[in-house]
Design a protein around this ligand. Structure first.
Ligand code: ADP
Ligand code: ADP
Ligand code: ZN
Length: 214
């Protein structure tokens, strides 16, 4: 199974992808995570992407499609893929078609998490992750069971993203509306789009995804 999770920044893509990975042994392919790893490692891609990401603009289509292609290349063909934060533009959507065909895969579902934009700034500015294993949390909506200790790995170190501030979030939402939302009609014509209420609780969104994937 190959699925795209679509939605503006803070919609809950990463949170739901992590659960699908645990539940269905699928693999999460997050171009945001790949780019942050490249920035941290100081690779040529990272050096090119850093300032763009800090402004909340989009990194070039060629760079992100190459990252996705390389990840799929390394995956067992029978393992399902969750595309999280990719494709984000029409050219990326076209590249994905070619990449999937090359790897003998087909797209099963495009799932759009529908959210109220006013809630997103609040979600994003409260977001943090475990510095060790990357598990995502929120200051108010998803706290570790034991305060200050990661549920998954026990680490007590957490971090916040430099682009998770109000100004950058507004730019990222604008990019989503202008460049990402327009990729939906093509998938719509193919009858593979499902919509989920992303304002529901994390557990209810997970149940809605299970109902689509079953
Ligand atoms: P995305 O990957 O789409 O940018 P995340 O999954 O990182 O979004 O979620 C953004 C923030 O909102 C995180 O701090 C997460 O814990 C929180 N969050 C995710 N889903 C929900 C939800 N359904 N209700 C409330 N908070 C949520
Ligand atoms: P969010 O979880 O908030 O939706 P991501 O982690 O997916 O954000 O992306 C963070 C930043 O990385 C984006 O603002 C953009 O600069 C860059 N980025 C990630 N994925 C892509 C992509 N598919 N195309 C272009 N830029 C991307
Ligand atoms: Zn952890």
């Amino acid at each position: 199974m190959n699925i795209i999770l679509l939605g503006p920044p803070g919609a809950g893509k990463g949170t739901q992808a992590a659960r699908l990975v645990d539940h269905y042994k699928m693999r999460q392919l997050s171009t945001g995570d790949m780019l942050r790893a490249a920035v941290k490692a100081g690779t040529p891609v990272g050096l090119q992407a850093k300032a763009v990401m800090e402004r909340g603009e989009l990194v070039s289509d060629e760079i992100v499609s190459a990252l996705i292609d390389a990840e799929l290349e390394a995956m067992p063909p029978e393992q399902g893929a969750i595309f999280d934060g990719y494709p984000r533009t029409k050219p990326q959507a076209a590249s994905l078609e070619q990449i999937l065909a090359r790897h003998g895969r087909k797209l099963d579902h495009v799932i759009e998490l529908e959210v109220n934009e006013d809630a997103l700034v609040d979600r994003i500015t409260g977001r943090y992750t475990c510095a060790n294993c990357g598990t995502g949390y929120h200051d108010r909506y998803h706290q570790p069971k034991v305060a200050g200790v990661c549920d998954k790995c026990g680490s007590t170190e957490f971090k916040r993203r430099p682009d998770d501030n109000e100004e950058t979030v507004r730019m990222r939402m604008q990019e989503y509306r202008a460049k990402t939302a327009p990729i939906l009609p093509v998938y719509e014509e193919r009858g593979i789009v499902s919509r989920v209420d992303g304002m529901a609780s994390i557990g209810d969104v997970a149940d809605a995804l299970d109902a689509i994937l079953k």
